[in-house]
Design a protein around this ligand. Structure first.
Ligand code: FES
Length: 158
């Protein structure tokens, strides 16, 4: 499947010959595939006759584009100032330990979670804060992390 992108052809046809389409086009490609692999970007480049460097430049500039497969649940741990002074580092370390992420790994081997750092989530009074998908968890402690993650264990929902 990695090298067969025929499922993208309908999307690409819809954008053919339209100027200024790169961002919405890549959004649709990402929605279809889950992320933008190098192979997919190359395919779009060839089919749309858009220089690969332009596509790669846009895909790497905007944080909404994912260049690697993402986990089923996205954890956003806040590293804004208020959270930083409330031990956001300790929260992140607890998450990495609970998720068994090593080095710069950000996605669990079972593809259930992807961990990312973000700037202020807009609820500083609850610091330290993280979001799991669309749910906010505040006044976190490292000890609370594994209990929260258990709610999202494979096969269970919130
Ligand atoms: S700094 Fe974390 S929510 Fe504002």
């Amino acid at each position: 499947m990695e090298n067969n992108f025929s499922q993208l052809d309908e999307i690409l046809r819809a954008y053919k010959s339209k100027p200024g389409i790169l961002i919405p086009l890549l959004q649709e490609v990402q929605q279809c595939l889950g992320y933008l692999s190098k192979e997919a970007m190359r395919y779009v480049s060839e089919q749309m006759q858009i220089p690969a460097a332009d596509i790669y430049g846009v895909a790497t500039f905007y944080s909404m584009f994912k260049l690697k497969p993402q986990g089923k649940h996205i954890i956003r741990v806040c590293k804004g100032t208020a959270c930083h002074v409330s031990d956001a580092d300790g929260i992140k370390a607890a998450l990495q330990t609970a998720l068994q992420l090593e080095g710069d790994e950000d996605t669990t081997k079972d593809m259930n979670f992807t961990l990312m750092e973000v700037a202020c989530l807009g609820c500083c009074s609850l610091s330290p804060v993280m979001m799991v998908d669309d749910t906010t968890f505040g006044k976190l402690t490292p000890e609370a992390i594994s209990g929260i993650l258990d709610r999202y264990a494979e096969g269970e929902e919130k």
